[in-house]
Design a protein around this ligand. Sequence first.
Ligand code: ZN
Length: 165
Amino acid sequence: MNGEANVDEQDLAIVAEQLGRVPRGMRAIAARCPSGHPSVVQTNPRLEDGTPFPTLYYLTCPRLTGQVSRLESEGVMREMQDRLAEDEELAAAYLRAHESYLAERDAIESLGTKVTAGGMPDRVKCLHVHVGHALAVGPGVNPFGDEALGLLADVWPSGDCAART
Ligand SMILES: [Zn+2]
């Protein structure tokens, strides 16, 4: 399996600069910032050496990643986690997000596990995972990814991340 088959050299170089290292197992650019650089990459379920890598979508834009980290530090995940226990509709949507994520990953290669990422389907453990998922698949799939992007609407994508291309 050649994980870099769908990624051109220029994007690879930009992602390497964004991450500060050569990206591993990159499969495709899943989303871009308005300025054009990659914001989310899709990663192979297994890295080149066979190591399972269950996180299918990985946020790469440094500006967006920093903004999501800020939300995390403000306690947004804890509040989301609390609502999961009280809101059946939200919990059902989150379960569907998990199932969708797993189905997409299994369609590439099954890891023989139902573990996805970010705490799905019953915990909220990494907002970067949810934002990456939401940007990759569009609104209406990952409720917490959508919410987080809504919370960032004042700073992203209106913010200037072109400086980091
Ligand atoms: Zn960006």
